[in-house]
Design a binder for this molecule. Structure first.
Ligand code: AMP
Length: 318
């Protein structure tokens, strides 16, 4: 049996299925979670299908999570999507079900679950869910809304099909999704849309980005710097890709001060793999998109020097 068939088999055996995703979600986390829920609700109307995790107003357009009691987990199958490591799972109760399945496309550094389907070559978990549904189309029904949700996840995680993880398979699955009745261009527009305060933050980003001669770049966003923009921490995600638009930038880090004084690092690259660097600081992620946390601002200079070394080494070997 393929892993997809094993997952379907487990889904068929349980009456209650609870779908989790990662904390601080992005369109792929929410799209794959809600898309899978929609497919399962349509394919198995008698089953109880729930989605959990903190609800953010900015993601209501992709659906709203359920609030469920602890006892719902008793006989449930739990599926965790798009989440590489267990501390990132939103809602700790993911371990309370009868069976646990992990479906993900990040490097499988933290192997958890009774069944695992991890494909690092997939652009997104939404691509995997689309593939799952189309492969097993006799049992799993795609709907226009599920296609919309999965499309939103794919365009989110591929940066509108710009990042190298975009493969012929990504396009093939996306093409099938767009045969369903939803407004793909409205989704592209929605994911690109920013408001004026965010536009000002984008201007601040370009104005204050520090770029080394080798193309290593960084921006430090302290609480004091962020305050005048009147934006939450989550809104900083829209500026994370911006340095990559600059010809002069190879790899970059956005360091966002948290309320407690620690720094969330968001690392991106157009060439050198930066996930090993993220791991050195207790984080991880993809070769070209990773994250970590610095507990003290005193660690920042050393971290930036290490980023510089990674970029230097990359240029030296080319
Ligand atoms: P982000 O900058 O938060 O969008 O994260 C980019 C990628 O890095 C995510 O897909 C995660 O896989 C990974 N990542 C971010 N933060 C962490 C962390 N603290 N620990 C492990 N992986 C992380």
């Amino acid at each position: 049996m393929t892993i997809q068939e094993q997952i379907l088999n487990a889904i068929q055996r349980f009456d209650t299925i609870i779908i989790h995703r990662h904390k601080r979600p992005d369109p792929d986390a929410v799209g794959s979670q809600m898309g899978l829920a929609e497919i399962l609700k349509t394919s198995f109307p008698a089953k109880k299908i729930y989605t959990v995790g903190k609800q953010y107003a900015s993601f209501e357009w992709l659906g709203v999570t359920d609030e469920i009691d602890d006892d719902v987990y008793q006989d449930a199958l739990v599926i965790v999507v798009d989440t590489a490591n267990q501390p990132r799972v939103d809602d700790d109760r993911y371990l309370n079900g009868k069976m646990l399945i992990k479906i993900d496309h990040h490097p499988n550094d933290d192997q958890f679950g009774d069944l695992m389907w991890v494909d690092e070559l997939a652009s997104s978990t939404s691509e995997l869910i689309g593939d799952f549904c189309f492969q097993l189309k006799e049992q799993l029904l795609m709907t226009s809304n599920a296609a919309r949700l999965l499309y939103a996840g794919i365009v989110g995680d591929t940066g509108r099909f710009k990042y190298p993880a975009t493969t012929p398979k990504t396009f093939a699955i996306t093409a099938k999704l767009t045969e369903y009745d939803f407004d793909a261009s409205a989704i592209n527009q929605h994911e690109d849309e920013i408001n004026l305060p965010l536009a000002h933050l984008a201007a601040y980003t370009y104005d204050n980005l520090v770029i080394n001669d080798n193309g290593a770049a960084h921006l430090i966003l302290t609480n004091a710097a962020l305050e005048p923009f009147n934006l939450g921490d989550e809104s900083t995600s829209s500026i994370v890709p911006l340095p990559g638009n600059l010809k002069e930038v190879t790899s970059w880090a956005i360091l966002v001060e948290q309320k407690e004084g620690d720094y969330r690092i968001r690392l991106r690259s157009k060439g050198p793999a930066i996930n090993e660097l993220a791991k050195q600081y207790g984080g991880g992620g993809h070769p070209l998109a990773s994250g970590a946390v610095l507990s003290d601002e005193k660690e920042i200079p050393e971290f930036l020097a290490n980023l510089d070394k990674v970029v230097d080494k990359y240029h030296a070997t080319r």
